[in-house]
Ligand binder design. Structure first.
Ligand code: NOJ
Length: 526
């Protein structure tokens, strides 16, 4: 595959054909111990986010977030009419969580700070001291346990007090996010050295607006997707430059952002149009972000600019629906990351189409013109959107590295990867999922030369899952949501992950090993 070649659109057939030498359909079945191991400087971690685990939604001075407000008003948003009011109650049980992280033996914990817990009004005019102390205690305890916190500044729970501004429709939100970030750097920069500015702008701006999720606000399709992307990425760049100028010189931390990247596998590999579809999808949906930060020329990718400009023109708009950055903003964005966080879960089958009943006109979907379908060949053991196709991981990593020059020196970290199911502790499918996806990462590192420096399993424990409530779960540890203490129990996948972390290799036969309840005695940090 080769991680070092640039790819022009006219070469895409060749490249796509090249990609096809990887397994299609069900992934290869491996046995024994992986022939490759994770390099010494490769970090392992687990991830969560505040709204999904903390609970304590109205305790100790916390303000409401847009999710608190929206789900209270619309309990039907989740199939089980649940919400994150209590969730795994990690606000009170954070010491239990630290214990679980220690058991896994991972060195890093990715979590997020609840913006309204620190700034109940969303703005810097009132800081909630109890919220401030909570996270300080948590960071201190993590560090005492030799666990490095990786902290997401914005994982979707914007203070409701700012909702009236129109959220990402309004550039004022950029200013408020920057103020909030400054407060976090001042409060915690001595303890936190790895920051993620924004989690999955693509999911918030594209899917959020398409399905009216994640942003409980009216939106105009075809306009707001791009305005949202534009403002959110500007916020990222401004936070990065703020840290670089005022904090990095003495705090010495690193900052990046996370993109959700799905792999669009050509529906019919024999059809050149389907081969193009995958490439168009990646350019429109991932390239739009990655080019701004990781390309040599900066700005929106010419491919996206031309496509949206020309669609806008044909539709009678006097200006492009894709806004323009100023020269100064283009510069601020370019290179504004010390790492690229990739959240990768799944793949779809891609084919070209000029319209689809589910697409609004205009919309980013219609501008993209690519249908994504599921296939029975790829299992879906939990949430319907999550099909298991491990080679997608290697393809995503190669696509990014091949297309963005700066990624030769700015490493990729997998900031989320995991499988949902219905909560069983004998979670064989999750064990296989982790083994197979992690193996694809090993192949990308050892056979393709990709610059990948870390991996975070999503999730440490069962969490509130945005559109699904508690009907599907991703945890390595099961949470008994009905018990008063929200009891945590390791699943088979927790033992398996701990073994990978300890041995730095994958044991494909792990699920054949007998499991006993005192298995931790064989693992570190029991
Ligand atoms: C990515 C999001 O960051 C996380 O909040 C969510 O739970 C997982 N995807 C699974 O859907």
């Amino acid at each position: 595959m080769g991680c070092s070649n640039g790819v022009a659109l006219n070469q895409l057939l060749l490249v796509s054909l090249n990609l096809l030498h990887l397994a299609r359909g069900r992934s290869e079945v491996y046995s024994g111990i992986s022939k490759y191991s994770f390099p010494d400087d490769f970090i392992f971690g687990v991830a969560t986010s505040a709204y999904q685990i903390e609970g304590a939604w109205n305790e100790e001075g916390k303000g409401e977030s847009i999710f608190d407000t929206f789900i209270h008003l619309h309990p039907e948003y989740t199939p089980d009419h649940s919400n994150g009011d209590v969730a795994a109650d990690s606000y009170h049980h954070y010491m239990d969580d630290i214990d679980l992280i220690k058991k896994l033996g991972v060195s890093h914990y990715r979590m997020s700070i609840s913006w309204p817990r620190i700034l109940p009004n969303g703005t810097a005019n009132y800081i909630n001291l109890q919220g401030v102390m909570h996270y300080r205690k948590l960071f201190v305890e993590l560090l005492k346990a030799n666990i490095i916190p990786v902290v997401t500044i914005y994982h979707w729970d914007i203070p409701t007090a700012l909702e009236g501004l129109g959220l990402w429709k309004n550039t004022t939100l950029v200013d408020y996010l920057v103020d909030y970030a400054r407060i976090l750097f001042n409060l915690y920069g001595d303890l936190v050295k790895i920051w993620v500015t924004i989690n999955e702008p693509d999911i918030v701006c594209a899917d959020g607006i398409k399905f009216n999720k994640y942003l409980p606000e009216e939106a105009t399709h075809g306009l707001n997707e791009y305005v949202c992307i534009h403002n959110m990425l500007l916020a990222h760049a401004r936070v990065y430059r703020l840290y670089e100028k005022e904090f990095k010189p003495y705090q010495n931390g690193k900052l990046g952002l996370c993109l959700d990247v799905i792999w669009p596998e050509p529906k019919n590999p024999g059809n050149p149009e389907d081969l193009k579809a995958g490439e168009i999808y990646s350019r429109m949906r991932i390239g739009i972000y990655a080019h701004l930060i990781f390309s040599e020329d900066g700005d929106y990718p010419p491919f996206v600019r031309e496509r949206v400009n020309s669609m806008s023109h044909k539709q009678g708009y006097l200006q492009s629906r894709l806004p323009y950055y100023t020269e100064e903003e283009v510069k601020a964005l370019q290179g504004s990351a010390d790492f690229l966080g990739i959240n990768h879960y799944t793949s779809f089958l891609a084919s070209q189409s000029s319209s689809d009943p589910s697409w609004a006109v205009p919309s980013m979907d219609q501008d993209t013109g690519v249908r994504l379908d599921k296939t029975k060949a790829w299992p879906r053991p939990g949430a319907d959107w999550l099909s298991v196709y491990p080679p997608g991981m290697r393809k995503v990593l190669n696509w990014l590295q091949n297309n963005f020059k700066l990624l030769e020196r700015i490493p990729i970290i997998i900031t989320e990867n995991g499988l949902s199911d219905f909560g069983q502790t004998a979670d064989y499918e999750r064990v296989s999922y982790y083994n197979d996806y992690l193996y694809q990462i090993l192949l990308a590192i050892h056979e393709d030369g990709c610059n990948i420096k870390g991996y975070f399993a999503w999730s440490l424990l069962d969490t509130f899952e945005w559109n699904y409530g508690y009907t599907v779960t991703f945890g390595l540890f099961k949470v008994d949501f009905n018990s008063p203490n929200k009891t945590r129990t390791p699943k088979l996948s927790a033992y398996n992950y701990a073994k990978i972390v300890r041995t730095r290799r994958i044991d494909f036969d792990f699920i054949k090993a007998p499991v006993t309840y005192n298995i931790w005695q064989y693992l570190p940090y029991h």
